[in-house]
Design a protein around this ligand. Structure first.
Ligand SMILES: Cc1cc2nc3c(=O)[nH]c(=O)nc-3n(C[C@H](O)[C@H](O)[C@H](O)COP(=O)(O)OP(=O)(O)OC[C@H]3O[C@@H](n4cnc5c(N)ncnc54)[C@H](O)[C@@H]3O)c2cc1C
Ligand SMILES: *[C@@H]1O[C@H](CO)[C@@H](O)[C@H](O)[C@H]1NC(C)=O
Ligand SMILES: *[C@@H]1O[C@H](CO)[C@@H](O)[C@H](O)[C@H]1NC(C)=O
Length: 509
């Protein structure tokens, strides 16, 4: 991604911010605003939903956010010898405009950059290694893969260009009732078709070589989604964007965005596990029936419940992730939707890397690689090994070299055995293991994601993850849900599921 495109797009976005949503509002709102909104889950999705719902509905509505575990969800850190390290979601793309906006708005900053160097390991040797010099990398890539690397860059940029349209739609207050419709609004049938084929099929059809796919594309999809190039091409291209330059993270830890958004939205955090959501109806004076949602939860002081006008579920309703029962709905709602989440174990090791495992010929003091990605080799048992920098880079920090004691992060589908750890590391002073049900286990064709609307005013944010899982995806789904909830509450049907937005809004710029 060139700096020029980036600044142009960023400017465009900022310019749109100035227009302001309210300025564009049409008819006055006749209906009374909602009094109470509940959000289940305080990850980036739930906290961004609190922020955007506050923006839409104004200061009058009470917003409660339920969290069973810790604020941040899959954005989490672990402390090793006085420093914090990301164990979950860590990198953010330079064109993730919602994440950028949050960081600016909340007065947070971007973590200082520490240069890194990537290599690819096939179980026997490092088959590719980055150099410090751009031109050397370029020539090495050209030598081995012809123009595949350059073309991949252009292919991903083409997809990203269409993806960026969502920011314009949202700035003009448009919303979508399903992930399918949202994807279609960005890139039409061509985008929907990306959900129907594997990344491998899509790239072969575009003329990429099988060698390039095996040696470069597979390692990238393994480190980002723990899966091979058999994932669908939409998630696949998002993972390839994760190999762009200019990636960043939040100084002090990405989860600070979540606590910041909670604070900024003046939402109340309720430390409790939601167990059941029951539909309650009440006749109003005018004779119509009003729906309420009774949120049942278990906190420190035992079970309790509370009534809401609107509820947003911001946690995946899948096996092992959240167990919420629904009662009183007709047709009934399932606790779990089909499809499972992929396990990625994140193991942080303070110790010395066994360099000879990766490269028998090299002296440890000459091993300067910071990120080792892997090819699709069943026997390997790991997806990646990366040198990890703390969430805050102090002045004068330099990353320890491979022959020194450093913090490494290993991604693997199963917990590492003692034996695996002993092969990978010469010394282990401290080991922390975090098991995640990390992101969907993608397939192609992908099954249709669940709807965003589960009932009149009961919304579900996480289906977007079946398109692709990333902080920005949850954030843009949060914005979409807030707009959807607002427009549906006030009956602004013209702001929901509009076709041909791209062509229509082109003239607006
Ligand atoms: C190892 C790993 C690496 C990743 N790398 C990246 C990356 O580099 N870049 C990137 O953009 N993304 C990355 N991701 C993906 C990213 O972290 C997620 O897409 C994102 O954090 C999801 O946020 P969310 O708020 O939608 O869900 P979650 O963060 O899962 O939030 C849901 C919350 O709901 C709570 N909850 C669940 N059930 C209940 C209940 N019944 N009652 C109350 N609360 C409940 C949970 O405790 C949780 O806090 C990675 C993820 C993992 C695991
Ligand atoms: C994707 O595949 C499904 C069947 O699996 C089909 O119904 C749908 O039309 C396909 N969509 C596109 C855009 O090709
Ligand atoms: C390091 O890796 C090599 C090569 O796989 C292996 O033979 C050795 O046992 C490992 N451990 C140590 C401590 O060197």
């Amino acid at each position: 991604m060139s700096v020029r495109t980036l600044s142009l797009k960023a400017l465009l976005f900022l310019g749109l911010c100035q227009v302001g949503r309210r300025g564009l509002a049409s008819a006055p709102d006749l209906r009374e605003p909602p009094k109470k909104i509940a959000i289940v889950g305080a990850g980036i999705g739930g906290t961004a939903a609190a922020y955007f719902l506050r923006q839409e509905f104004g200061p009058g509505v009470k917003i409660d956010v339920y969290e069973a575990d810790t604020v941040g969800g899959r954005l989490a850190t672990e402390n090793i010898e006085g420093r914090d390290y990301e164990t979950g979601g860590s990198i953010i793309h330079p064109l993730n405009l919602h994440m950028k906006h949050f960081v600016d708005r909340l007065g947070l900053s971007v973590r200082a950059d520490v240069p890194s160097k990537m290599a690819i390991f096939d179980g026997k040797e490092l088959m590719f290694e980055e150099s410090d010099w751009f031109i050397v990398n370029f020539l090495r890539m050209l030598w081995r893969y012809g123009f595949n690397a350059l073309r991949m860059h252009m292919w991903v940029e083409g997809i990203l260009d269409k993806f960026m349209r969502i920011y314009q739609y949202q700035q003009f207050s448009y919303s979508f009732s399903s992930a399918d419709r949202l994807v279609h609004a960005m890139g039409g049938d061509e985008f929907l078709a990306l959900l129907n084929k594997t990344l491998e099929e899509a790239m072969l059809a575009h003329g990429f070589s099988q060698t390039f796919i095996n040696e470069i594309v597979t390692p990238i999809s393994r480190v980002n989604y723990g899966q091979s190039v058999r994932l669908h091409a939409f998630a696949g291209s998002v993972s390839l964007a994760g190999a762009d330059s200019g990636l960043w993270s939040v100084d002090g830890g990405n989860k600070r965005v979540c606590s910041g958004l909670l604070y900024h939205s003046k939402a109340e955090l309720i430390a409790a596990r939601v167990t059941n959501i029951a539909l309650k109806t009440r006749p109003s004076k005018s004779g119509t029936i009003t729906n309420f949602y009774e949120v049942n939860y278990v906190g420190d002081s035992g079970p309790a419940h509370s009534l809401y006008d609107i509820v947003v579920l911001a946690t995946p309703l899948h096996q092992g992730l959240s167990d919420i029962a629904f009662s009183g709905f007709s047709p009934s709602l399932p606790s779990h939707f089909p499809g499972r989440y992929h396990q990625t174990v994140s193991t942080l090791v303070l110790g010395r890397l066994n360099v000879s495992y990766l490269d028998t010929k090299r002296k440890p003091s000459e091993f300067l690689v910071s990120d080792v990605f892997t090819t699709d080799n069943e026997k390997l048992g790991i997806s990646s090994v990366s040198s990890l920098d703390p969430v805050h880079i102090t002045h004068g920090y330099s990353r320890p070299l491979a022959h020194q004691t450093a913090v490494w992060k290993v991604f693997s589908p199963e917990p590492l055995t003692e034996e695996q750890l002993k092969t990978l590391f010469i010394s282990q002073e401290h080991v922390v293991e975090k098991r995640w049900l990390a992101y969907p286990s993608y397939r192609a064709p992908e099954r249709r994601p669940p709807p965003f609307i589960l009932h009149h005013n009961l919304y579900y944010l996480s289906p977007i993850e079946w398109v692709a899982s990333a902080m920005e995806m949850s954030a843009l789904s949060a914005r979409n849900i807030a707009l959807l909830a607002y427009h549906r509450w006030h009956g602004h049907t013209a702001k929901v599921d509009q076709e041909g937005l791209h062509a229509r809004l082109r003239g607006e710029l």
